[in-house]
Design a protein around this ligand. Structure first.
Ligand SMILES: [Zn+2]
Length: 462
């Protein structure tokens, strides 16, 4: 069990020692996707960053309950359902499945529970009843329910804003609000839109109440870590805190936020969105390579996307994979993963992934020196430490999650290269060196390097 994990808490703006509320157990709530479009890497980065946190807690011996919700009712889903001419619930399920397969392709562990908003209307109504009863919320009679933010002493402390500085949201609902800054827990039904009955009239949930209700259902009144992207701090997370604290819950102990994927220094633009969809990028690089790239920056640092950087990162990853493959060939087995003290220290320091990556590079360098020296013990140690680190980063090539897809690809590749090498050997046997050289050059152009040794021809992918 790791006693020395330190994490940055957005609420205190400090890195401090992590102490779980219940010994040996960690409860995490991560705001999941609003399922209204196919996932791009900006969406999935959050999943990867918090998966690294989860894997590190697991490797440190904690029992982790990980909740990631699905927002399956929302304005955008209703608009999209019209555009795509399908029922809102069919559209939501279509994109929920797209997210599930993107998470799987990137080896993000499935959440312990993955609650959908529409499956938790009862819990939302119970929470709102509590808030209306204790005077924190009010129903003006039109079917809406609002939280009265003036009554909250700590409102906006997460984003460090003052209520009086807050611009009021200029919308038509304002006339029903006591204060323009009050926010909707529940929205009255509009003609043609889906709705659910409540004591205050039919309607549908506001986004914020969903997360408060689902976090409470699965993690209780207080839990360890609440996560999400930076852009969720305000208003979403402030409003989750407001609702939950007004209900008398302690709510989240630590708030963690991942930074964005940026293009030209800005949050990923919609115009690039399609080309940066996970399914599109998986045509260029493998899932393990895309994961490696998305996980490579510190979770609190912006990740500036470029295709060049992605390709370069994939080439670097293949070098690590190549070393592990050679190491296993030389020592005659796949060395078991181990967590080195240096790697643990890096991860315990607010998940310092860049330092962890430097340790992996250093191990590849030492491992290659050990190969030259034919020092099997040192080769195995380097390979073990690399595998231990890659496992926590979700990028161990031996992980079964990657094996199914890549193994069939790999066996086809093996077969094709063996065929080409057979032709080359036959050409050499008949002294047709022009043909044998051409086969070698064509393979080289594809990145396959051939090495003639006393034991036969070896090949590797550059
Ligand atoms: Zn949320």
């Amino acid at each position: 069990m790791s006693a020395s994990l330190k994490l940055y808490n957005t609420a205190t703006r400090q890195v401090s020692e992590f102490t779980p509320l219940r010994e040996g157990k960690v409860g995490i709530y991560l705001c999941g996707a609003t399922v209204q479009a196919a996932p791009h890497i900006g969406h999935i980065r959050s999943g990867v960053n918090f998966d690294i946190l989860r894997r590190w807690l697991l490797a440190s011996g904690y029992d982790v309950t990980f909740i990631r919700n699905v927002t399956d009712i929302d304005d955008k889903i209703l608009q999209k359902s019209e555009l795509e001419a399908m029922p809102w619930w069919a559209l939501a399920l279509k994109y929920e499945r797209a997210f599930t397969s993107a998470y799987a392709a990137l080896n993000v562990l499935p959440p312990t529970y993955e609650p959908r908003a529409t499956g938790h209307i009862t819990q939302m109504i119970e929470l709102m009843e509590k808030l209306v009863e204790n005077g924190s919320a009010y129903a003006p009679g039109n079917g809406d329910v609002y939280l009265e933010v003036r009554k909250l002493s700590r409102y906006l402390s997460l984003s460090n804003q003052k209520l009086d500085d807050l611009q009021s949201i200029d919308d038509s609902e304002n006339s029903f609000k006591k204060d323009p800054r009050d926010f909707a827990l529940w929205k009255a039904a509009k003609p043609g839109e889906p709705s659910w009955p409540t004591p205050w009239g039919a309607g549908r949930p506001g986004w914020h109440i969903e997360c408060s209700a689902m976090a409470h259902t699965y993690l209780g009144e207080n839990f360890d870590i609440h996560g999400g992207g930076l852009d969720l701090i305000f208003p979403h997370h402030e409003n989750e805190i407001a609702q939950s604290e007004a209900a008398g819950y302690g709510f989240a102990n630590i708030w963690m936020h991942n930074a964005w994927v940026t293009t030209a220094g800005e949050k990923m633009s919609k115009s690039l969105g399609n080309s940066l969809q996970v399914q599109e990028l998986l045509k260029r690089v493998r899932g393990i390579e895309l994961r490696w790239y998305l996980g490579s920056a510190h979770y609190r640092s912006m990740l500036e996307f470029s295709f060049e950087a992605l390709e370069e990162s994939a080439v670097n990853f293949r070098r690590i994979e190549g070393f592990l493959k050679r190491a296993a060939e030389i020592v005659g087995y796949q060395p078991d993963p181990i967590i080195s003290a240096d790697f643990a220290a890096a991860m315990n320091d607010d998940l310092a992934v860049p330092q962890a990556l430097a340790l992996i590079s250093e191990n590849v360098r030492l491992g290659n020196i050990a190969i030259t020296a034919n020092d099997h013990a040192a080769i195995a140690t380097a390979a073990s430490e690399i595998r231990g680190a890659l496992g926590v980063l979700g990028c161990d090539p031996a992980d079964e999650a990657f094996a199914t897809a890549s193994q069939s690809d790999a066996s086809v590749l093996d077969g094709l290269i063996a065929l080409a090498l057979e032709q080359r050997t036959a050409a050499r046997a008949r002294k047709d060196f022009a043909t044998s050289d051409r086969i070698r050059d064509q393979l080289a152009a594809l990145g396959v390097i051939i090495e003639d040794t006393a034991a036969g021809t070896r090949w590797s992918v550059n």
